[in-house]
Design a protein around this ligand. Sequence first.
Ligand code: HAM
Length: 419
Amino acid sequence: MLFVLMSKYQSVRGTRDLLPELKKVFRSIDETAYKTALNYGFSEIETPLFEFSEVFHRSLGETSDAVSKETYTFTDRGGDSITLRPEGTAGVVRSFVSEGLAQHIPLKLYYMGPMFRYERPQKGRYRQFYQFGVEVLGLESPLADVECLDLAWTILKKLKLDQRCQLEINTLGDIESRQAYREALVQYLTPFKLQLSADSQVRLEKNPLRILDSKDEGDRKIIADAPLMQNYLNQASKDFFNAVLDGLKKLNIPYHINSKLVRGLDYYGHTVFEFTTTELGAQGAILSGGRYNGLVEMLGGPKTPGVGWAAGVDRLADLCATTLAQKNKPPVSIVALGDKAMNEALFFASELRQKDQYAEVFFTGSFKKKLERANKYSTEMAILIFEQENGSFEYKLKNFKTGEEALKTREEVMRFIDT
Ligand code: HAM
């Protein structure tokens, strides 16, 4: 009976509780990313978790997996079609348009929060997952792409992941180049139509470039000999891509050109990229993005270029849980004997906490038990507080390694912790 009750109330498939240890890692990742983004001139934005469905349908494209198969869409009580955000870019651009932010360009925005996709859950892939991301609006220059990539690289370096991932980059060219390539690709793929997977057959009509991204074995064999985008780029598109690559070289950011990288969302043109790792099985992409010069217009705003990326915090957390967990400052443990001494312990801890020191008071159990628990928390030292007969308190510093206890005044203990 108990089991039935427990299983009935498990979290929904593809979602999970971020229990304290994991949440600590998430926060540490977000703080690292946020502080670094500030140094690059980004400011934070938060858009709603849900939008009118149309916002995502128009932005990501009807044929993108995110829209055609993965959205959480429902009709609300007012009869509007609402979608939980599957990603952050569309909401930021909707806000850019509806809030009239065009007069403030160039804008460099950072965000962090949960996203929702009805994907098949597996390691590193969730139905509620977290992204932090950046969007740069109003900068046409390829140097904006370079700056975005440099920010990504700096964050990954700070998380000590730079040696554990690889930047894959490609260009989808401008509209003219993409059109020429699309025609060449359709011409190449049409004779194979019946051999293609069901998904790819649909894409052949609607969005043939996405076929290059197919994970289907049969598709991949056919794609192996497909024409390459780079042979269909006009001069302006070539120049743009070369300027991005030159910038990466100057900043010593290693990259690998992957001419089959097309990305799953429809809004991209010119630069597309992914930082990938081989350490997470099939879910190798940890940070991805690209340029989207047509998206603002698509959502009814003025012609405004855009470029950005988003990182999967769940995946980053899996990769750097051990390195980040070690970084936490050890707490000062306080153990007191007697009721009045307990109050003094709380007061003492409060003073330390106001100075940004992490302090922990142990309330329950015998004095011995409290000491044992304190030792587990901070393996080096504890502050012991005893009540005296005259109503004053005695303070001792206990060294857990040597077992020694040194009598101190309150001020001496405070000074010791401060240094
Ligand atoms: P995306 O490639 O769809 O791009 O997602 C970005 C990152 O989110 C991925 O590289 C991956 O790490 C993580 N991610 C995606 N789906 C899941 C999932 N189901 N579970 C866990 N992690 C996941 C975008 O979302 C674009 N909005 C990026 C962008 C911003 N492009 C321009 N600006």
